[in-house]
Design a binder for this molecule. Sequence first.
Ligand code: AVI
Length: 319
Amino acid sequence: MEQKLLLSQLATDTLKGLSANPKYLLSKYFYDDMGSAIFQDIMHMPEYYLTNCEHEIFSKQKNELLKVFSNNGDTFNLVELGSGDGSKTKILLHHIFNKGVDFQYLPIDISQKTNDSLAANLKAELPGLIVKPKTGDYFNELQKLTSDDSIPKVIFFLGSNIGNFSNEETAEFLGRLSAYTNSGDKVLIGFDLKKSPTVILKAYNDPHGHSRRFIFNHLHRLNRELDAAFDPQDFVHHCTYNPESGELKNYLIAKTEHNAQIDALEQVFHFEKWEPVFMELSRKFDLETIGQLATDHGFEQIRNFTDSRNYFVDSLWER
Ligand code: AVI
């Protein structure tokens, strides 16, 4: 039932995106099982500095982080939106648990499979920790938490996932985050910062080809799930970085003029030679913009935790 619903949403969004001028596809569809596995490869490569930076911030500043999460060891719920395998968060979970602080970990993820494996993993690693995974939409789950709980929350949204949102989506996301938090609740949001364009472009145009595979997986997914007939040979991956706006953009560009049939949509799409299909935005921020986002959405910025190279920031805000 759920599979059918997801499929029809994919079909609807694909029809809309490929009928638009200029054409686009939505990056949220990168993350099927195959795409999630490729993203793990991306996170493990040295050029993709984002993961290492956040890992460094958590490893080196765990004491300071805990101090701002919990005044005098007061209890709290640590909620994580899009927890995935929780690899970075585990550094903090170990630390907070070992300090004897009374807290529960509530990871929220869209994938039941991911949640099950995280829960099993934490049970083995930290047997005494209370873990209550929630599977589903971030805000549906957050709403349930807000309505039935008076324990202060610290909400994580890590990895610069926020960078994949357009300005409108960012405003909507932060607006809803604000609506589902109470006075005194805190949020920790990971933002990738503006830096040398060479460093940024290498992270998204890596020599191992993982980023290319990641972007192309979208076409493979359409071939698999919508009976599309895309030939990856007809496209080339291209990424651009605009140092003024901080926008890293991923495209697929048609190498030849051609048609591609999508059976599930009963439609043929025409591509001109060198026609771009916009695939993903990955925005890089400056500290001033981050502070502005906090105040615009009713949060007070408490502290920025940066890595030693100032490549990345985990920004802590309070409602
Ligand atoms: C998930 N997200 C934060 C990644 C990013 O860096 O924007 C997705 C990604 N796209 C290409 N490489 C990684």
